[in-house]
Design a protein around this ligand. Structure first.
Ligand code: ADP
Length: 475
């Protein structure tokens, strides 16, 4: 159990951050300690050797004096007595063959001879004593002496040991504190992440109202929260749209179903004449047509959403589809006393199949006539852009128009500006027409643009890319 928890902890980002910080701090502390200790040790020995070299120089001066032997010995003894105050100071003088000529009292390791060495200065260390030997030449004479000056080095070594102990203590303290500090720092750094994880774990598709905390530090974690919050907003609005869509679809499906059911129920109440049966079955048939139209439209939207509408593989003559539709609506327009006027008619080839393009064109013309009162006018023209890349169908009506606040919503599914009024305009209005048009047109690589003024009329512009035919030129 405890082992499992340890294993879990070892896998956390916090633990790994702590481990790395500790390793880096430990490496830096140890290397700093080693470097500082070595620099201080070398400085101490360098200073110590400098003192001995200064003594050597003084002794050299005395030896240059060419005093008689007794005076020379006296002077050297005087010097030794003065200098011996510095713990364990000693002096030995050898001739040029390395045999001892004179030495001070209390030489820690007395030697009667040394091996002559051509090197000018030689440093030696024995036990707690350190000495320097140098060859001193008689100025203007043939004589030469090896002079060895030494002194106890204990105080320097004690200083170095003390330094070692202080450094070791400081190092251990740092090594003990580093993981604690690193762990605290890692916990602080990962705290927002823990909060993000907690909030994310609480989110459910049915409850997407919570958002990740943004601390205002504008660091990577804040950016992560902002990005995830943006994504959640998009998912929430997508789900809300989907919910509305399903609710609206269910609602619209229920009406014809209820109508069919009550017709059948009422019919079955008692015996009917064959005319009555025919009449009722006619009503049922009408509702079934309504149902299948609605189901077909919903299927088309669902296929568009799933990216399964592949319409661009075929090509169609835009003017042909338009002319067929005009023929069909001529009667409707006349019945409504709306003038249907056809202007310019180019003949572009556009992507798509006849069925889907017809659906779009008819929807636009149908709406234009539907929302234009008697004595109004609907104008249609189809032209190709100056550079021949876009075909545009303009459907202009002098109808009721659309308010500015409704304009962005008319392409939403099931949106109708005035539902009650529209039911009177005809049986097939579900508020799905324009959203279907948009799905189809977007799949064809085109767009629908609208301009409208309430009371003055609307202009719908359907733009589709023109299919460029490659022409083979015979040579
Ligand atoms: P429906 O399928 O019910 O006709 P649409 O999706 O085609 O719905 O249209 C959506 C809404 O846009 C309609 O409710 C209507 O109010 C408005 N609309 C569409 N075309 C026109 C137009 N030419 N003039 C005025 N309003 C229009």
């Amino acid at each position: 159990m405890r082992f499992e928890r340890l294993k879990l902890l070892a896998g956390t980002l916090r633990f790994r951050m702590m481990l790395w910080t500790t390793l880096i701090v430990a490496f830096m502390v140890i290397s700093t300690i080693v470097i500082v200790r070595e620099v201080v040790r070398r400085t101490l020995f360098y200073e110590f050797d400098n003192v001995l070299v200064a003594d050597l120089r003084e002794i050299g001066q005395i030896l240059q004096k060419k005093w008689p032997a007794e005076r020379m010995v006296r002077e050297l003894e005087d010097y030794a007595a003065r200098t011996h105050v510095y713990s364990g100071w000693f002096l030995q003088i050898f001739n040029s063959e390395g045999r001892i000529l004179w030495e001070s009292d209390e030489v820690p390791f007395p030697t009667k001879s040394i091996t002559p060495d051509s090197g000018t200065i030689k440093i030696a260390e024995q036990g707690n004593f350190r000495s320097i030997t140098a060859l001193v030449h008689e100025r203007g004479g043939p004589n030469a002496w090896y002079v060895q000056v030494g002194c106890s080095i204990r105080s320097v070594k004690d200083d170095v040991h003390l330094l070692d102990r202080i450094m070791l203590l400081a190092g251990l303290l740092m090594l003990f504190l580093a993981p604690l500090g690193a762990y605290a720092q890692a916990s602080r750094a990962t705290m927002p992440l823990t909060r993000i994880i907690g909030t994310a774990a609480r989110l459910q598709p049915s409850k997407l109202d919570e958002r990740l905390p943004v601390r205002g530090a504008n660091d990577e974690l804040d950016q992560l929260s902002v990005t995830i919050n943006g994504m959640l907003d998009r998912i929430a609005s997508y789900l809300a749209r989907n919910r509305d869509f399903i609710a609206n679809a269910a609602h619209e499906l229920r009406s014809p179903l209820t109508a069919i059911r009550s017709s059948v129920e009422v019919t079955l109440n008692r015996d009917r004449t064959s005319e009555e049966y025919q009449h009722i079955l006619g009503d049922v048939m009408e509702e079934c047509t309504r149902l299948s139209t609605l189901v077909n439209r919903l299927l088309l939207l669902a296929e568009g959403d799933a990216g399964r509408l592949r319409l661009t593989e075929q090509q169609v003559r835009f003017d042909k589809v338009l002319l067929e539709s005009i023929d069909m609506f001529q009667v409707v327009a006349e019945a409504k006393e709306v003038e249907l006027h056809v202007g310019q008619l180019d003949a572009p080839l556009v992507p798509g199949d006849e069925i889907h393009l017809r659906q779009v064109v008819r929807n636009l013309i149908d709406n234009a006539i539907k929302f234009t009162p008697a004595n109004g006018r609907v104008e249609l023209d189809l032209h190709v852009d100056g550079d021949g890349r876009w075909a545009e169908l303009r459907v202009k009506d002098s109808g009721i128009g659309i308010r500015a606040e409704d304009l962005p919503r008319i392409f939403e599914r099931f949106y109708q500006v005035d539902k009650s009024r529209q039911r009177d305009q005809g049986p097939m209005g579900y508020g799905l027409g324009l959203s279907i048009c948009q799905t189809i047109v977007q799949n064809l690589g085109g767009e629908i643009l609208v301009q409208s003024k309430p009371g003055q009329g609307s202009i719908f512009r359907l733009r589709l890319p023109v299919v460029q035919l490659s022409v083979a030129v015979a040579g």
